[in-house]
Design a protein around this ligand. Structure first.
Ligand SMILES: Nc1nc2c(c(=O)[nH]1)N=C([C@H](O)[C@H](O)COP(=O)(O)OP(=O)(O)OP(=O)(O)O)CN2
Ligand SMILES: [Zn+2]
Length: 157
């Protein structure tokens, strides 16, 4: 059948939102966040692609199933960081992490200072590596608090 919807050939962005509860501590920081503390992080993940245009395809009309994005972000980020403490593993805080781990706590050793900015880099790398062909990461937004957030744009990177 003739494609009566030429707009189906253009790119669309879709977004899925996630939340996770994570503690972090900033090594050598000169403010209150040098103390271990937690945030209810809110993450917006936007991908882009062309919606499937094929009656025979169960994903007809979708760029990618929201459920597939959920699976990727949950397994790569949310399930790993949720209720964990992020430690700068390439700083003297490694010892702090080891002490917590020895007492049964969930510790994630980052190869970076666990700021909002660096967490965005890590999220982008992980998510990009798992996206199916034809789908690309367009945008990320990570809220540390209601009033503080960082953004990653594909066109800047
Ligand atoms: N550029 C960045 N600055 C700060 C980061 C960061 O990741 N990137 N992180 C922190 C702290 O970890 C924490 O997030 C505190 O941030 P801040 O917005 O200053 O916290 P408030 O409690 O004052 O937030 P409100 O939402 O305004 O109450 C510090 N800086
Ligand atoms: Zn913080």
């Amino acid at each position: 059948m003739q494609n009566e919807f030429p707009y189906l050939c253009s790119m669309i962005r879709i977004t899925k939102i996630f939340t996770f509860e994570t503690a972090h501590v900033l090594y050598n920081y000169d403010g209150k966040c040098k103390n271990m503390h937690g945030h209810s992080y809110k993450l917006f993940v936007t991908v882009k692609g062309k919606p499937v245009n094929d009656l025979e395809n169960p994903k007809n009309g979708m760029v990618v199933d929201f459920g597939d994005i959920k699976d990727i972000v949950k397994s790569e980020i949310v399930d790993v960081w949720d209720h964990a403490v992020l430690i700068n593993g390439v700083s003297p805080h490694r010892e702090l992490g080891e002490g917590l781990e020895n007492q049964g706590h969930k510790v994630i050793y980052c190869t970076f200072q666990p700021t909002c900015e660096n967490m965005l880099y890590a999220i982008a790398a992980k998510v990009k590596s798992k996206l199916p062909e034809g789908i690309s990461l367009a945008y990320l937004k990570l809220h540390e608090t209601e009033n503080s957030y960082g953004e990653w744009f594909a066109e800047d990177n």
